[in-house]
Design a binder for this molecule. Sequence first.
Ligand SMILES: C[S@@+](CC[C@H](N)C(=O)[O-])C[C@H]1O[C@@H](n2cnc3c(N)ncnc32)[C@H](O)[C@@H]1O
Ligand code: SF4
Length: 429
Amino acid sequence: MRLTDHIRRQLRKRLTGEADVVLVDRVPEIERAFEGVEELGLYLHLPFCRRICPYCPYNKTLYRVGLADGYAEAVIREIDLYASAVGDRPITSFYVGGGTPTVMLDHGLDRILRHVRASFRMKCAVHMESHPTDLTDEALAALLDMGVEHLSVGVEALQDHHLRALGRPYTADEVRATVARTVARGFRCVNVDMMFALPEQTVDEVVHTGRALVDAGVDQVAAYPLFDFPYTPWTRVTRSRTGGPAAVFTRRKMLKALEHVFYGAGFRRTSVWAFTRAGVSPYCSVTVPLYLGIGASGGSYLRDVFFLNTFDVGAYIESLERGRLPVALSVKLSRKMQMAGWLYWRMYGVRFRKRAFLERFGTAFDAIYGREARSLGRLGLLRDDGTEITLTDAGAYWLHVVQDIFSLDAVGKLWGTAMTTPWPRRVVV
Ligand SMILES: C[S@@+](CC[C@H](N)C(=O)[O-])C[C@H]1O[C@@H](n2cnc3c(N)ncnc32)[C@H](O)[C@@H]1O
Ligand code: SF4
């Protein structure tokens, strides 16, 4: 076993009580899984893209009209299979991710959203990912008509040579114009995704991109360092240029420069990677405590169980045609694991009330994590004012390093297997 694997297992054991997490090919008992769930988030995965980016770790496949129509039908069937178990529990967040949801604008998106509203008690706005090349004036109007109030645009960089290296099909000038048109439409929040720590990228280029986005009037910027996922073609080609220990310092330097730009413009940090304009309700994806995931590769977390749909679009559609839930893997989570998972995601959102932990687990936060919180406080990684915990900028950065060590490795193993095997028997992460 490699030294890093050993350290990872030991640390995980300390935090969660388990050295390994084992997912098996069991479909959980759905009515039981919802017991004690008072409200939940909804995630919908739409896996189609017009072309595939070499660095992208997400579950996606090339867009074909016929396949997208069949997929929309399958999503509607999956919603029907959950409708009675969800009942009238309020859905307090709804995130449509991908892939590229906007490629389905003319093929099923509207129908799916209407079916979601007819089947569940929706108490929230729609948050959706989009690709710049889909955002024509008609598309933006259609998205607003469908009730999409929070829109994210995958811009990635504002220098032509980086866009070319990433294989993005637009120029910096084109995407700048798209951002300007999108901002002018009156969405409640326009988020832009950008990536940094790209090969041969300079700090000046990163700062220029961040500043240009602020000046363009976007409400939020999510700035991710380019992560290496072992199963993407990009990593196989460029590992020596983007990975390695030097990347830790490059990322830190670039993130600090971005913090300077965003804080200077009055933005606040709303997650480890996202900065939001003052007074705007953030565009957000992953920070809901309990959620149901619909679509190929949709993941669900309901108190003591996590389950994951098959990643294979054909297998997903076929399973639903037979009236079967497309769940491929599940794992029952011990109380200690639930607490560790809760803490990780609340920290990812950079601030949380300690009372929320008490409400969820019936135990005081300090009784479980008080010692760790005090140690992290002494290191300057978080602030605890007695009622609320806030991650500092240094804390957000080190959480990213921990994420790189733990969750990206786990995601790499789990997704790497799920992407090649529609129905894996067992995955150990
Ligand atoms: C699903 S995509 C966004 C929507 C659309 N598919 C697009 O590409 O424009 C989600 C975002 O994840 C980020 N991303 C993708 N691959 C990444 C990687 N290897 N490392 C870091 N961020 C990545 C990009 O910023 C991308 O915009
Ligand atoms: S980055 Fe976006 S467009 Fe590119 S393959 Fe991934 S999901 Fe598709």
